[in-house]
Design a protein around this ligand. Structure first.
Ligand SMILES: [Zn+2]
Ligand SMILES: [Zn+2]
Length: 301
């Protein structure tokens, strides 16, 4: 098949837009959507210091690469990367080395923090002690440490590599649970006390296209999967949405677009955020989730 914008051969067929695209027009399409969203949601503003959550997986690798490509000529925009080493043996070492290689290559300052140093325990050890699913523990602790580190680095924004598939899944899960608080926290551009503002520049890019973008740009695309199985509900929702997308191309964009429409009608979050009594991080209850999970024996380091 030929690219529909030029005569070169196509490397992708986007069923949702009925387009065949060659390598350079595919790259152009991905970057156009990202720049559009950055502008539309004011994700990056003049003078911003942007911390990028760089796990070293394909999404965050592509995110850092693209943000550098877009902003490296802007002296007022500063990029930095943060990697959290959760302590997952046999998995984290590989993604960590991809993260280090890319930041070296692009000349971006890189901060690496570990669960071991921050909480005195690795994820592997913690899962042996706790009933909670590994991904719940990991998610809570990672968010806490990312936010804390970004704040300490003086970042104005914290960019994460969530793609269209991630966002569509989270939206559907939150709707199913009627979790209004979480729905409100997903509103782009929302400010919450003590929390560095989150931005998701890849929210309009399907997961497969993020992977393809990485491959055609020669970025390390890790084939390793985290040994922990993921959230059970999310895994089912992913399958439902993917099946639906095959029969009804554009479903993922519809979920995202529907959410953005509803956002306009939502009242902003009340001042439900307080400071955790133990660690001082922002929390919706007296003790933050991190401190509740780590329990009373946990000593702040
Ligand atoms: Zn083309
Ligand atoms: Zn706490």
């Amino acid at each position: 098949m030929k690219c529909q914008r030029c005569n070169k051969s196509a490397i992708i067929y986007q069923k949702y837009s009925n387009s065949h695209l060659c390598k350079s027009h595919f790259i152009e399409d991905v970057e156009r959507k990202i720049k559009r969203d950055i502008r539309k949601f004011k994700m990056v503003e003049k003078g911003d210091r942007i911390a990028v959550a760089l796990s070293g997986g394909k999404d965050s690798i592509a995110l850092l690469y693209i943000l550098h490509k877009i902003f490296h000529n802007r002296p007022d925009i500063e990029l930095m990367a943060i990697t959290i080493d959760e302590g997952i043996q046999g998995y984290r070492e590989h993604t960590l080395s991809h993260a280090i290689d890319l930041t070296n290559e692009l000349g971006i300052p890189h901060t690496i923090r570990s669960f071991q140093d921050a909480f005195g325990i690795t994820l592997d050890e913690l899962t042996k002690q706790k009933e909670n699913a590994a991904c719940t523990l990991c998610g809570v602790l990672r968010k806490n440490l990312l936010n804390k580190t970004a704040r300490e680095l003086g970042a104005d924004k914290l960019a994460t590599g969530h793609n269209l598939d991630d966002e569509a899944q989270t939206i559907l899960m939150n709707f199913m649970r009627g979790d209004v608080d979480r729905i409100k926290r997903m509103i782009p551009g929302i400010r919450q006390p003590g929390l560095v503002m989150r931005i998701k520049p890849l929210r309009s890019i399907p997961e497969k296209e993020v992977a393809l973008y990485g491959i055609v740009n020669g970025l390390p695309v890790s084939i390793d999967e985290c040994p922990y199985a993921g959230e059970a509900l999310r895994n089912e929702i992913r399958e439902i949405i993917n099946n639906y997308e095959v029969r009804h191309p554009g479903t993922k964009y519809s979920l995202l677009g529907g959410f953005d429409t509803i956002c306009h009608e939502l009242q902003p979050l009340g001042s439900s955020i307080v400071t955790c009594e133990k660690c001082g991080e922002p929390s919706s209850e007296k003790l933050c989730k991190t401190c509740r999970l780590l329990g009373k024996d946990f000593k702040k380091k």
